[in-house]
Write a protein that binds this ligand. Sequence first.
Ligand code: C5P
Length: 316
Amino acid sequence: CRFSYFCFVFFLFPLSFFLFPLCFVCFCSVFLIAGVFLSCSPFGLPRPPVCACNKCLMEHDQWLSERTKESPEPFLSPTNNISEDTFNWWKYDRRNFAFYNKIVDKVFQIFPTKVNFTRSSPDLCRTCAVVGNSGNLNGSHYGPLIDFHDIVIRINRAPTKGFERDVGNKTTYHVMYPNSFRNLDNTTHLLFFPFKIYDLQWLIRFFTQRIDSDYDMLLSKNSTFFNSFMKYVHQIWLKQKGRYPSTGFITLVLSLHMCDEVSVFGFGADKNGNWNHYYEPLRNKRLRTGQHPGKLEYQFIVKLHEQQKINFFRGW
Ligand code: C5P
C-alpha cells in the first residue's frame, strides 16, 4: 500500500501532467494532417483550399462531387482507353473492340500522349468560358468578357473573325469532330471528340496526308482526345434522355473537371425552339435541337446557374 502511494505521488501523478497534453497534441495533429492530405474536415475544421479563386467549383459541393465521382478519366491515352462495355455503347458500326483498339494504337503512334491542361492547385484559379454557338450571342457584346477568362473553350465551327464584339477572339481549346474540323492557330489546343471509329480513322488519314507546318504543330503538342465522357454524361447527367448529349453539353461537363470557375455563353434555342447559330441564318426551320435532349440540357445549365455553381450568360 505504501509502495502504491509512493508510485502515485512521485511517478504517475507528475507523469500525467505530461501525458495528457501529449495525447491531446497527437490527437489534434492526426486530424489536422488528415484535413490537409485527405481534404476532409474533422469536427468542422476549415478545409485546405482547392484553388485560389474566391469560390472553387468543387469545394463543399456534394451534389457536384457525387456526379463527378462517377466520371471516367476524360482524356483518352494508351493507358486510359475505354472499356469494352463503354465501347459497345459508343460504337456506331459493326467493327469490334479489337479493331477499335488497333486504331487507337495507331492514333497514339502519331500523336503525343500528353494531356494539355493544368491540374487544380491551391495557388491557381482557372477561370473558364465555355462558348456555345447559339444565336443569342448576336448583339450581346460579351466579347471582352469572354476573352477575360484564362481559358476559352469553343465548339465546332465557332468563327470569331467578324464576330469579336459578341464572341471575343481568344480560343484556348477548340472542341471538334471531323464534320466541324477547321484550321487552328498556334495558340489553340485541339480537343478532338471522336463519335465513332471512323472519326479516329479520319484523323489518322488527315494528319498523315498533310505535312505543312500547321499540322506539324498540331501533331507535336496540341491534341487531346476524349470519348469515354459521352456515355457518362448521357447516363449520369441526362439519365439517358435523348439519343446522345450535344457536343456543347459534353464540353460544359468536361469544363467542370478542367476549371475552378466556369462561365457559360452561347447556349439556348431561339424562340421557336431551334438551335440557331450566331454566325449564319437558320436554314432548317424544323431543326429543333437535333438528336440531343436540348431542353433538358438547357434546364441543367439554368439549374447549375441558380445553384451558383456556374455563371450562365443567356444573351439577348
Ligand atoms: O450547333 P453546334 O453544335 O455547332 O453548337 C455547339 C453547341 O452549342 C451545341 O452542341 C449545343 O450544345 C450549343 N448550342 C445551343 N443553342 C444553340 C446552338 C448551339 O445550346 N442555339
